[in-house]
Design a protein around this ligand. Sequence first.
Ligand SMILES: Cc1cc2nc3c(=O)[nH]c(=O)nc-3n(C[C@H](O)[C@H](O)[C@H](O)COP(=O)(O)O)c2cc1C
Length: 216
Amino acid sequence: MNVSETPPTLEQTVELKMKRAIDEHALRALFTEARTANGFLDAPVSRDLLERAVEIAELGPTSANALPVRYVFVSSPEAKERLKPCVGPSNLAKTMAAPATAIVAADLKFYENFVRTFPTRPEMANNFAGPDKAEIAKAFARDNALLQMGYFILAARGLGLDCGPMAGFDRVKTDAEFFPDGRFISLYLINIGYGDDTKFFPRLPRLEPAEIAQFL
Ligand SMILES: Cc1cc2nc3c(=O)[nH]c(=O)nc-3n(C[C@H](O)[C@H](O)[C@H](O)COP(=O)(O)O)c2cc1C
């Protein structure tokens, strides 16, 4: 038997898998030095880069590969004017000045894609279709779109961008303006660009692992 055909041992396989761990530089960019942006440099963000972040983030897992997140990237002055009345007072100036603002939304009819996105069990769509299942579908769409929003923030950071997620906006007004047919619901806004390092809020304390995790 040729040596190269010898299957790797368990230890060798685990060692190879451990080598997938990202380096300190990447950890800094994604977590340890990444901050929530509270203001941005006056520099544009290309559509290509935003598309790349969307594409990378879509590889993060969702239940039944449901992929319910939807994005509307608001960059043009006209689109910013449409968003303006929807944004809370404390978030208004930075949102109007941000190179791009994503309206992160959930598709309440995500299950219509199951034939393509979950071909092994497309009949799962029956768990969500129809007026009697609308509340279940909405909760499922929200849960999984929020997960995807987290992946998007990390994907954007991985591409060198900074994000400023915001709950302070009027969802009812936003949905009426951008999603009038009721199929999509807005979840959060995210300002996106290259953060102005002079405008960060101080880093707030985090809880200790022992306070939030049990190891049984
Ligand atoms: C879902 C979500 C909603 C948020 N809403 C707002 C907001 O409306 N306005 C704001 O200034 N910051 C908002 N933040 C920013 C958080 O306060 C900030 O991310 C957190 O304090 C951590 O900051 P750091 O990343 O700089 O450590 C929000 C963050 C998240 C994730």
